[in-house]
Ligand binder design. Structure first.
Ligand code: ADP
Ligand code: MG
Length: 450
């Protein structure tokens, strides 16, 4: 029965699609009205279930009327040898069939389904990198774009863009020939290289890598100090570029700043297109949050989005993590997302960010606001128009930094910690009594937090 179901699937979806997605489905058994099938990875399981689940179930039902449902599980069938690390390249589709790119399955499984061009939010800091990635996905190995070198700090979207290129190539191939894509982290590259050395299969490893159309290596900085692996990568790189294949690299720094890489490699890395992912701006963070909240189907008031976008400035990963926690919390307790819940749920994250505000910054802002000289923060003058702002600055230092009272005192002309304590309680009192003053302090606080 399974053989017949398979044959029908193959006929239905076409050879290439079948090989790409369905070949690895194995039949595990029939229990009551349920057929159990296995896939080697979770990603494949979910993907096949989503895309082909209904088709598979209906073919089964036509074979065997008892079957009501198909259960998808992960695991490899014991009887079959383990899948090779890199599946053999998929053959060209027969004429007339749509050209499906067939990235290698191992690599597809390593790709995050959420990292597509559609989910990538474009803004000033990343528009150039995005445009380059698009270009490479549309026309791999175009002169001037090879290699494509993407660099930027942690969590700014390098991996996302690389996966997006791979997905795009896998779904939107033009022309007749399928494109094979190999994506791996530099770490994985090294791991595989070392394994190949150990098992004396370096030649196979080399051939495998050199047979792809697009090679993507993520986080190249990992190869610094790994001389043998670097050497191997250099040769692979040259072989591929010489053969007109596309290379996409990401790293945390630009080629010229990647000290520790061999010069000749560094030079070649910089020969194509080098695109920088800049630190995010408030606008980009806001749009990312907006897009993700919408995708999650949760209503997050603009005020909360703004709050998060202002507070969590480090990188998009942290931003996303914060939003996810907020959304999970809202779902779990069936509560609306508000600034208060944000404070509550994200207490630790927000605190970590607050710590970055320095006392100097606070003093500067406060002085600007009250129009006094910065030296007055440390002076001994006790005139109210000076002393009050000084107290406000101390209060804000206590609120916005993790500095101790004595520490704070030292920044204010070596004042005693009791003076700081007094300032904090005085300002707290005034906030309670005087709405205008409270507003002033709140405004300062906001300005500093941004
Ligand atoms: P990097 O590889 O540069 O460290 P990632 O690509 O892993 O960063 O991005 C970290 C997280 O932030 C991912 O979940 C990614 O989807 C998200 N992200 C980064 N940039 C964007 C963007 N411009 N739009 C949407 N999501 C983004
Ligand atoms: Mg990354």
């Amino acid at each position: 029965q399974w053989a017949r179901v398979r044959a029908r699937l193959q006929a239905e979806v076409g050879e290439v699609e079948y090989r790409t997605w369905l070949k690895q489905v194995s039949f595990a058994g029939l229990a009551g009205d349920e057929v159990v099938v296995m896939l080697p990875t979770r990603f494949l399981r979910d993907w096949v279930n989503k895309e082909y689940g209904e088709l598979i179930a209906s073919f089964w039902q036509q074979e065997n009327q008892l079957v009501k449902r198909v259960e998808f599980r992960t695991g490899a069938p014991a009887s079959r040898p383990a899948a090779p690390d890199l599946a053999e390249p998929v053959q060209a589709p027969s004429a007339g069939q749509p050209a499906m790119v067939a990235p290698r399955q191992e690599n597809m499984a390593a790709l995050d389904q959420r990292f597509t061009f559609e989910t990538f939010v474009v803004g000033k800091p990343n528009e150039f990198a995005y445009a380059c990635a698009r270009r490479v996905a549309e026309a791999p190995a175009t002169a001037g774009f090879n290699p494509l070198f993407l660099y930027g700090g942690v969590g700014l979207g390098k991996t996302h863009l690389m996966h997006a290129i791979a997905w795009e190539l896998s779904t939107n191939a033009r022309g007749g020939r399928p494109v094979s894509v190999a994506y791996m982290s530099a770490e994985k590259f090294m791991y595989r290289f070392i394994n190949a050395l150990r098992s004396q299969s370096t030649l196979e490893f080399k051939n495998e890598l050199r047979s792809v159309d697009v090679l993507m290596i993520d986080d190249l900085q990992f190869l610094i100090g790994k001389d043998n692996t670097q050497e191997e990568f250099f040769h692979t790189f040259n072989a591929l570029v010489d053969a007109g294949k596309q290379i996409v690299i990401s790293a945390d720094k630009s080629p010229s700043d990647l000290s520790g890489l061999e010069d000749r490699l560094r030079t070649r890395l910089g020969c194509g297109m080098v695109a920088d992912l800049h630190a995010t701006t408030f606008e980009l963070r806001y749009s990312i949050l907006e897009a993700k909240a919408q995708r999650a189907g949760v209503e997050v008031p603009p005020k909360v989005l703004e709050f998060l976008a202002r507070k969590i400035t480090s990188n998009n990963r942290e931003l996303e993590g914060a939003l996810n926690r907020l959304v999970a919390h809202a779902n779990l307790f069936n509560r609306q997302v508000t600034i208060d819940t944000a404070h509550e749920v994200l207490h630790d994250v927000l605190k970590a960010h607050d710590r970055k505000i320095s006392i100097q910054e606070i003093q500067k802002r406060v002085c600007e606001h009250y129009n006094i000289r910065i030296a007055e923060m440390s002076s001994a003058r006790r005139a109210r128009n000076i002393a009050r702002p000084r107290q406000v600055a101390m209060y804000l230092a206590k609120q916005l930094t993790s500095k101790s009272l004595p520490d704070i005192g030292r920044h204010f002309g070596n004042r005693d910690h009791t003076t700081v304590m007094h300032a904090v309680s005085r300002v707290t009192e005034l906030i309670a009594q005087d709405a205008a003053f409270a507003e002033d302090v709140e405004l300062l606080k906001r300005l500093l937090e941004n």
